[in-house]
Design a protein around this ligand. Sequence first.
Ligand code: FUL
Length: 451
Amino acid sequence: MEFLSFMKQAANVKPSKKQLNILRETPFYAFVHFSPNTFTDLEWGLGNEDPAIFNPTKLDCEQWAKAIKDAGMKGMVLTAKHHDGFCLWQSKYTEHCMKNSPYKNGKGDIVAEAAEACKKYGLKFGFYLSPWDRNSKYYGTDEYNTYYKNQLTELLTNYGEIFHVWFDGACGEGPNGKKQIYDFDGFFELIHTLQPNATIFQDGGETRWVGNEAGIPAYAQWAVVPCEISPFCEVQTDPGPLATGDSLDYMFNWDTNVGEMSNIVYSKGLVFSPAETDMSIRPGWFYHKNEEPHSLERLFNTYLNTVGGNTTFNLNVPPTPEGLFDERDVKRLHELGEKIRAELGNNIAEDAVIEEIRKENTNLCDFVIKLPEKRKIKYLELAEKIAEGQRVESFIIYSKNSYGINERVCQHNTIGSRKIVRFDEPVETDEITVKIVSARDTVLIEWIKMY
Ligand code: FUL
């Protein structure tokens, strides 16, 4: 395969409709980790917890939904079952569930309460169903895959529209000391059939792990990656010009060069698989009363780097044993929403004239953004027409100074679905130039905004 035609193919790898939807409509959503761990102060339950300990006396999913909405998030992903195997709904297939919790005398269904609260507050709803199950007697046998699919079916059919299904990578031993070989193909097929609009999160799935839990995307963040990284996605190109069979099978999402040109040329073929950044508002995924939420600055920076860095952002907020979000977290979420609205709520380039200067025989171009008068700019937001693919490798931003000379402000890699660049110092100017200095095909920009 020729290098240049491969580069063009890479530039034209496209998202599915649901991938496009999550990137564009729902880039910021909440994880909610709630299980017997909340009552035992653990992060990984053992699987032998007494269901009677799960007793949230003040449970209020509407309080969660309000706080999530207040932060500007658009959805909620609830841990319907974590590694301890306890189900937050009335599962027909196990006793290790709400049937044996004192909550509502064993009649409670927290998945239903959370889904209804989301509906009421205009949030999308999704769930996490841990494949690793430290309670199920079936774990480690073929029957477990059936058990798991039965539970998936309950969750996919009884709670309305599901926007996102989250698969955990952890695969430990079950109660009988055995490990499980998961039937992921079967799990995914069920989701595709029962909830065709739901995106699937999985290490190698249609949304993939960003590679860490600290909220840090790669410095060049690609949604177009080797199929070796995301084997569950449709291959949309020929093999790269330097492909040698299984050459990239050693790669993983935490490698920093995933998706770069120097990497993809060795691939068997490319797929569209945007990253999701998952991080907790506190150090733990579950509630521990001595932990504090991260600072507003850390959370806002993470928002800029993730939603503004071509990934989705799944921010976890753990309920307390009473079943409420801690007031400290509610306050922090409110502050975060206010900060996002204050900093990024008012596009000051709405009335700008944008001139596109295309250069012959190259993919490169300049975007000159002319404002009617000098304005103070702190952030520049760029979005590629991601429905057509991801193309920009690198760009430089210039600001025109009072002598009419373009001064270089900064250089960045990749744009993708959304790139938010924060200037070290706000610039005051009536003209900004974005110079695309490296691109895989004709650059298509969907919007340019300034704040
Ligand atoms: C990990 C799990 O082991 C953690 O408990 C948590 O659920 C996190 C989101 O994924 O793999």
